[in-house]
Design a protein around this ligand. Structure first.
Ligand code: HEM
Length: 470
């Protein structure tokens, strides 16, 4: 068993006030957690205008996310805060509007499409390897930047058939980075109903500008394909040969099962913007943490290298195939364990629509209900040695049991992540490509700092020593 205990903000002994998260030296909500948060089944916080319940107990988590999901819709303030970028996208809508969008989007994400977009992922993985081959051997390197680049590239290629190279792609990439830095400053205060001055007007203005820039570039890419798709005699000739296979092609073709109508232009831009945000930020976060964990567990990294080289051979020109990835069990467990320790989406925000009984508590209408995979995955009563990185744990009966009731990096129930299979395939491809070709080592005197923003990222990058294998 590995003994490596990866970095996480040490919980405080006593409960601290939620307001204090925004003052003093706290970096993010992760720093506001206290020891009992990792033991309790359910907690509550009350402030003027705020009733907030934190739910950890598996039975209650299922009640909220699965069994009575309609009674716990997504928090309305989340949609308001993300609206400038995501419009009315599937990530934030509720009720009939969400149902219609979900049934249309499901058509685009059906399992067979994964095979179709796989060559587009392979091309991005190869481009990543070419970039990394130019690095000086043994130099310290911020792998977080590269993981952000490659996952954004994968999203560009699989949705629009465009590699992340041109000026427009670069503009979107930087505007997204700005939006991700600013959005948590807007989202967290509204969910926790903190005073408005905590999200100052210039943050709102700057994030609205970034959102506007992203949407105008996306609109330019989507418009000709939307018009061509809906025109009777299409004069549009596609400049990219893969285009017919990308996700935009399937979104254009998706129809509402009841009316037979497709997405309007604005709806399409909303969904594509959401896929960019949900699809690359999460994957980049988890891949960077995987490399940090491997760099600090050399024995596991060597076993993983042997597994990958055994399946693919050591010649890095041979690209992994779709079925190769299925036979790499340790690689899969390393990623599974990363998602347990550093779940990219640190909490899910829901809201009650009526009074609910939960344990011995009466939860009022309009209360905020928070479910945190971060807490559940490190819960002292739900996992053994919860803070230790141990990908082999999944062979034990105890971890198999925990997986069933206390593991939810992609959420559960009807709002489960639509891109889970896409993300797992992408992660296994990137990790196999990297571990076959390079060896990652911890950088002496350096440690990443986990912060909970839109996703759980490191505040100071993920700096590692990277050696090319001989
Ligand atoms: C490691 C990578 C990923 C993780 C951990 C992840 C996690 C999640 C989680 C936890 C949710 C639910 C959030 C909530 O209920 O509040 C979600 C929703 C969603 N994710 Fe992912 N995601 C990942 C990658 C992706 C990718 C690659 C895509 C698409 C290409 C994607 C598309 C979506 C969509 C469309 C939703 C909204 C589903 C709905 O509300 O019906 N995700 N994701």
């Amino acid at each position: 068993m590995s003994q490596f205990c990866p970095v996480y903000p040490k919980p405080k002994k006593n409960r601290s006030s939620i307001l204090s998260m925004f003052f003093g030296k706290r970096r993010s909500w992760l720093d506001g957690l206290f020891e009992r948060s990792y033991h309790m089944k359910m907690g509550e916080i009350h402030l003027p205008g705020l009733d907030l319940y934190m739910v950890n107990e598996p039975k209650l988590v299922r009640q909220v996310l699965v069994d009575e999901a309609n009674d716990f819709p997504k928090h309305i303030m989340l949609g308001k805060a993300l609206k400038p970028l995501l419009g009315e996208s599937i990530f934030t809508t509720n009720g009939l509007q969400w149902q219609r969008q979900r049934s249309m989007m499901d058509q685009s994400f059906e399992a067979t499409r994964l095979k179709v977009v796989f060559p587009l992922m392979q091309a991005a993985a190869l481009a990543m390897q070419q970039r990394m081959d130019t690095l000086p051997d043994g130099g310290p390197y911020d792998v977080d930047m590269e993981m952000t680049h490659v996952t954004a590239d994968i999203i560009f290629r699989t949705i629009l058939s465009i590699p992340l190279e041109g000026e427009d792609a670069r503009a979107i990439f930087h505007a997204f980075t700005r939006f991700q830095e600013l959005a948590p400053k807007l989202v967290t205060p509204v969910i926790f109903r903190l005073p408005r001055w905590l999200s100052p007007w210039f943050t709102k203005r700057k994030s609205a500008q970034a959102a506007c820039q992203i949407r105008s570039v996306l609109e330019r890419f989507i418009r000709p394909r939307f018009d061509a798709f809906h025109a009777d005699k299409s004069p549009y000739t596609c400049p990219v040969k893969n285009e017919a296979q990308d996700i935009l092609a399937s979104l254009l073709a998706a129809t509402d099962p009841e009316t037979g109508q497709g997405f309007s232009f604005d709806e399409l831009v909303d969904q594509v913007a959401m896929l960019f945000l949900a699809g690359h930020e999460t994957s980049a976060s988890s891949l960077s943490w995987s490399l940090y964990l491997l760099a600090n567990s050399p024995d596991i990294q060597e076993r993983m290298h042997a597994e990958v080289a055994g399946v693919l051979g050591t010649d890095s020109a041979t690209e992994p195939t779709f079925s190769d990835l299925r036979s790499m069990e340790l690689t899969r467990n390393v990623f599974r364990e990363t998602l347990r320790l550093y779940p990219p989406v640190g909490f899910f925000a829901r809201q009650t629509v009526k009074t609910e009984q939960m344990r011995d508590k009466i939860v009022p209408e309009h209360a905020s209900v928070i479910i945190s995979p971060w807490l559940i995955h490190r819960h002292r009563e739900l996992w053994q040695n919860p803070d230790i990185f141990d990908p082999d744990r999944y062979h034990t009966a105890s971890a198999k049991e925990s997986l069933k009731c206390a593991y939810l990096p992609f959420s559960l129930g009807p709002r489960v992540c639509m891109g889970a299979s896409f993300a797992l395939q992408e992660a296994n491809l990137i990790l196999a490509t990297l571990v076959r070709r390079y060896r990652f080592e911890a950088l002496p005197g350096y440690s990443p700092i986990p912060v909970g923003r839109l996703t759980i990222r490191s505040e100071n990058g993920v700096n590692l020593v990277v050696h090319k294998r001989g």
